[in-house]
Design a protein around this ligand. Sequence first.
Ligand SMILES: Nc1ncnc2c1ncn2[C@@H]1O[C@H](COP(=O)(O)OP(=O)(O)O)[C@@H](O)[C@H]1O
Ligand SMILES: O=P(O)(O)OC[C@H]1O[C@](O)(COP(=O)(O)O)[C@@H](O)[C@@H]1O
Length: 303
Amino acid sequence: MIYTVTLNPSVDYIVQVEHFELGGLNRSVMDTKFPGGKGINVSRVMKRLGVDSTALGFLGGFTGSYIENFLKAEGILTDFVQVSGDTRINIKLKSGVETEINGTGPSISEAELDRLLAKIDSLGKDDVILFSGSIPSSLPPSIYASLIQKCREKQIRVIADVSGESLGHVIKTGPFLIKPNHHEIGEIFGVKVETPEEAKQYGSRLLDMGVENVIVSMAEKGALFLNKEVSYFAQAPKGKVKNSAGAGDSVVAGFVSGMAKGKSYKESFALGVACGSATAFSMELCTKQEATSLLEQVHVQSL
Ligand SMILES: Nc1ncnc2c1ncn2[C@@H]1O[C@H](COP(=O)(O)OP(=O)(O)O)[C@@H](O)[C@H]1O
Ligand SMILES: O=P(O)(O)OC[C@H]1O[C@](O)(COP(=O)(O)O)[C@@H](O)[C@@H]1O
């Protein structure tokens, strides 16, 4: 079974205003909401691509119930730990440009963390687990690395999409795949990464540090896939961006779904890029049809 772990899920509140005025009264021309958080988005896109997963993590309050019910209605398996605080609401403001305000999330008690650890402890070597997204402020930045270490001891395949200080810790655990975007990989090395060549240079350093496979996503420029044998680059398809929240998660979902269906790294990577762009071009996460219709525009080349 594939498991996704979202330590800090969110309700994503997407609000569009015509000309946003800081300090003024703005009225929306469109607003909507969806379950969010990186692992949850990955589970939702994988489901649309025909690949089942179980979503794990922490949920609480009315926002947590909204997410759980929404996922269940989509037929997604869930096994969240219920926490006493409310799951956060993240604001995605569209007004010509995209502005995001992501909340800190509820505090997680030791007992609540132990309940999640028990669920992860029950997994075995045929399972795949994905850890992604920010960490609630009550937990240490090293939490992902210690959870991953436990999984690695049991030979569970680990995928991670995390940023900041926790990414530094995660790299040292030698995961199967990480997916930083070009800003995140730049932050690790204290540089700006703007071209595919630069992404390859720093992605290769992550391979030397023990990561098996790296995808560096570069928004409208596309993405790179690297391991010790191959390095691929794919330009992103062209289109009109409606809401790019969840685009990175969709890349991971497409790639993991491809692998789960026995496709090659190259084919899985192409599907990932198609899913990422299809999500950027829609208000919500991409559908299977939206992703497959973009797939013919994704040309993977060796770099
Ligand atoms: N403006 C865009 N045009 C086309 N594709 C995009 C655009 N923004 C994102 N994407 C697609 O989504 C993928 C992930 O986007 P990116 O912004 O790098 O991820 P993240 O959401 O993790 O920051 C890209 O590799 C690309 O395929
Ligand atoms: O946990 P973080 O880093 O605050 O990110 C959470 C946000 O990221 C998302 O999962 C989208 O992530 P991506 O745009 O990187 O795919 C939103 O659904 C959510 O609001």
